[in-house]
Ligand binder design. Structure first.
Ligand code: AGP
Length: 609
């Protein structure tokens, strides 16, 4: 949520910063801004709208070789030009870009205005610019340290000051901040995506760290300005992974990357000999694994829904009671943390603040948490006692696809390992391994049905309101399908248990309200089909995601469109039913002409509560 990029070196900063902001835009796209230090001092340009609007509106001679940029997702105050970052002090000496939330902003704003400072914006972030400007420290890092000693909350921030044109100072507490090392030039960013084309040699700041960055290097400190030892490391990353390539959107690229991403999360983790999985990163031996009596999964949005799929896998394969809960609600009900419960935090970004706070709540009470996380070294990954990296590669589209698929596979691996130290037989273990090995190719087969799904999506896009229904294993699939659909098509898509329709929502079924039904070939198929008849009898249009051979029981002609997905093992079928729902959502949004990668009101990583 919000993106930061900064540059200091011998090149003109503006093109580099603008490019960096464009690559960060998925993190927030309400407004954008730049500040540069040039020969005539500090210049700031900012405005509501997209980065391209900002670029088109930059004043002439807006130049400098030191600068910072920001792309915003509004928290405090509406998305307008004044609330956009960078924020400055009254004299225009200091410019600050900030990600995160300053919890005591109201008190600091009051204190500053009591001292005669006129605040220009509605934001929490502006206070930092005034606090830095008012500090009497004689170094910029000293001024930033002074300012931050008054601040409570989370931040990743970057500061420019006209009196210190040879440096920028950055700080981190709860919002990621990296320093990138170039050839006699340096970068800072909240996300590697912003700078990966220029350098892959980076240092990740820790919470509570400040860094002074000059064109020739960087120095890190704790908040009290005692030095810390932090080296940059060169990451083995292909910058092309951060481009959409020939695809018209990142979401489409990421959906089509799923077969390869799935291979990566499974690679080296399957043990056919013993019919189990090897997850060294859990940091638990067989005895500790056996001692687990319950599993509680914590995630938000799609990560929560895939957590429900994971809970079903754990119960079926390992016979351990498991459930998933929205991490955003968890800590507010003063949860009971039990020593023999394994807590599992699931997150693509590893930054989602609700999930991070839930992890901290568990750990504060002495519980053990493992993470299923995509972004290596992210806050949640670092906070957990162990975990499984998802290896999905960078995910840029706001709507999560390949990371979600790999989360499901991560849960399958976990369930296999936990199951095999309990009652799951070696034969069943091998059966599931064979199923997992078939999945990448089967995902490919589903993706090959894109034309059929696009045609169906075009029709669904015309409906103002839709149902997505499923039962037991199929219900979280329906929830994820509805989530994806509403997220990018802006249509009202409601997920329901198929069995619950007749207890109320059936009243809404009509020719104008289509239902997408999940009907796998499992023990509930007959009951699911009975519900389809109830919908068809009320002339509700139906799209049925099912397997070859499922008898839809003679639904009237034209009552239902059937989408057939390949069959795997029953426990693993849910993920093959999720993929067509991604394509449905994608093509509905495309038909409606929406910005697929940057849906309205949303942002990729939700770092505010
Ligand atoms: C997914 O399509 C959504 N954009 C959203 O629900 C997301 O899954 C959620 O915010 C959690 O994000 P995380 O996986 O990065 O923690």
């Amino acid at each position: 949520m919000c993106g930061i990029v900064g540059y200091i070196g011998s090149q003109q900063a503006v093109p580099l910063l603008t490019e960096g902001l464009t690559r960060l835009e998925h993190r927030g796209y309400d407004s954008a801004g730049l500040a540069v230090l040039g020969t005539t001092g500090l210049k700031v340009a900012k405005r509501a709208g997209r980065v391209r609007d900002l670029s088109e509106a930059l004043p002439k001679r807006f130049a400098g070789k030191v600068g910072v940029g920001h792309t915003r997702w509004a928290t405090h105050g509406p998305a307008n030009d004044v609330n956009a970052h960078p924020h400055t002090d009254a004299k225009g000496l200091v410019a600050v870009v900030h990600n995160g939330i300053i919890d005591n902003a109201a008190a600091l704003r009051q204190r500053l205005s009591d001292e005669g400072v006129e605040l220009a914006s509605d934001t929490d972030s502006e206070v930092v610019a005034h606090l830095v400007a008012r500090s009497e420290a004689d170094t910029l890092e000293g001024k930033v340290s002074d300012a931050l000693s008054a601040v409570e909350g989370t931040y990743g921030l970057a500061v420019l000051h006209v009196d210190f044109p040879d440096r920028l100072v950055v700080a981190r507490n709860g919002s990621p901040l990296i320093v990138g090392v170039g050839e006699r030039e340096m970068y800072v960013a909240s996300d590697l995506a912003a700078i990966v084309r220029h350098t892959t040699t980076v240092a990740h700041l820790d919470d509570g760290e400040i860094a002074t960055v000059t064109a020739s290097g960087f120095t890190t400190y704790r908040l009290d300005l005692t030095r810390t030892a932090r080296d940059a490391t060169t990451l083995d990353i292909d910058p092309a992974e951060y481009d959409a390539g020939e695809h018209e959107s990142f979401m489409r690229k990421e959906m089509h990357e799923q077969p390869h991403a799935a291979e990566r999360v499974l690679r080296g983790r399957l043990d056919e000999r013993f019919g189990t999985a090897h997850l060294g990163g859990l940091n638990m031996d067989a005895r500790e694994t056996r001692a687990i009596r319950r599993v509680k999964i914590l995630g938000c949005g799609s990560a929560y829904y895939v957590g429900q799929m994971g809970a079903a896998l754990l119960e079926e394969l390992a016979r351990i009671p498991a459930d998933a809960e929205a991490a955003s609600e968890f800590r507010y009900r003063n949860p009971i943390i039990e020593p023999d419960t394994l807590y599992v935090a699931v997150s693509q970004s590893g930054e989602t603040i609700d999930t991070l706070l839930a992890v901290q709540e568990v750990r504060r009470k002495g519980g053990r948490v493992i993470g299923l996380v995509n972004v290596v070294g992210s806050a949640i990954a670092r906070e957990c006692d162990g975990g499984i990296y998802l290896h999905a590669g960078p995910e840029v589209a706001v709507a999560s696809t390949k990371a979600l698929t790999n989360m499901f596979l991560g849960f399958a691996l976990l369930a296999l390992q936990l199951g095999r130290v309990r009652d799951l037989s070696i034969a069943d273990g091998r059966r599931l391994i064979a199923g997992l090995q078939r999945l990448p190719e089967q995902i490919e087969q589903v993706l090959a049905q894109e034309d059929q799904l696009a045609e169906l999506a075009g029709r669904l896009a015309g409906a103002e309101s839709l149902f997505f229904v499923g039962r037991v294993r199929g219900f979280p699939v329906a929830r994820e399908g509805a989530q994806k659909f509403k997220e990018i098509s802006y249509r009202h898509a409601e997920a329901y248990q198929t069995s619950e329709l007749k207890h109320g929502p059936l009243a809404l079924i009509s020719p104008e309200v289509p239902t997408v039904a999940i009907v796998p070939d499992d023990e509930l198929a007959e009951r699911n089909v009975a519900a389809l008849h109830e919908i068809a009898a009320r002339r509700g249009p139906l799209v049925v995601l099912t397997h070859e051979g499922v008898d839809l029981g003679g639904l009237p002609d034209g009552a239902a469109e059937r989408v057939v997905v390949p069959r795997n093992e029953r426990e693993l079928d849910p993920i093959l039913l999720v993929v067509p729902l991604q394509l449905l959502a994608y093509h509905a949004a495309l038909a409606l002409g929406h910005d697929i990668d940057k849906p309205r009101n949303l942002a990729k990583s939700v770092t505010v509560e």
